[in-house]
Design a protein around this ligand. Sequence first.
Ligand code: FPP
Ligand code: MG
Length: 327
Amino acid sequence: MTRAFQETALAADIAAGLARVGTLFDSQLSSVFPAVNELCRYVERYRGKMLRPTLVLVSGLAFTDDGEPLRAEHDIVAATVEMIHMATLVHDDVLDEAAVRRRGETVNFLRGNETAVMLGDYLISNAFHLCSRAGNPALNLRLGEVTNTLCEGELVQLSRRHDLTLDEHTYFEILRRKTAVLVGASCELGTMLANGSAAEVAAMRAFGEHLGIAFQIQDDLLDLLGDEATVGKSIGRDLEKGKLTLPMILHIAGSSGSLRVAAMDAIEAKDGASLRRVLARSGSIDAAREKAISIVEEAKALLPATKRAHSRELLLELADRVVARNH
Ligand code: FPP
Ligand code: MG
């Protein structure tokens, strides 16, 4: 089999898988009430890169023999992780008072916080209902752990808002919880359902968690440096909401005198332009970017050998894309 054909076959497998996941997702959310369906159709617009379901499917294929199909549970888990992710985004936009996501208005902006909170609840409830349909309690147990951890991450973040003493260790703990555990579980469960060994499952989970952390550092950089038209969502929310991110933390820890005070003043005044200037001068923005890149390199080094070489190549490519993105 030629390399080009294998690549095409793998891409086709994943595209077909994502199409099945989309159908499952839509049918799970279907309600007898048009008002509910209208909201769900609207929020499906939030589906973008489909990173998490893609990771479930590619991790599954990576540990499945050539020519063997994925299991039905792979599709269920892939749709479930995307639904969990979407629920968190709907709630996150309420917390961040964000008006724009995926180049369109957020649910909270269009319909208010009450509707957005209830829609997020509807999505999270449906995610666990859908997962239960797999009839495998281990999946519900693991994803329940993940959503508990995710909420803990958000709660710790809320408790440390406007706190200029937030250190790097705590920042990474927040990132691991609010973002990385779901990405890690996507790789872990995809591998587990393909009967990967305990060592392979653990390695894939670590790979995904590293990816998730790097993804969130890049997300935080885009929030600080990007413009709304390119990023496609409300930016500057971290500064507005008093969330310290890696360049700010590195700067406060690594500088002294007027440079340090200037950054702290800009954070307190929510002055993005001054903050960007001072962080660039100290090299903290570059340092945060380099940290994200080095975490992606660590992720790639963690990737175990797979049954299909091209799934591994795709996972390596997905890893690089996490930091090489401007939206
Ligand atoms: C994105 O942060 C936010 C998350 C990754 C997690 C949000 C989680 C919650 C709000 C808890 C809700 C939990 C459940 C189970 C429904 P961000 O604001 O940095 O990202 P953004 O730039 O995409 O807005
Ligand atoms: Mg947000």
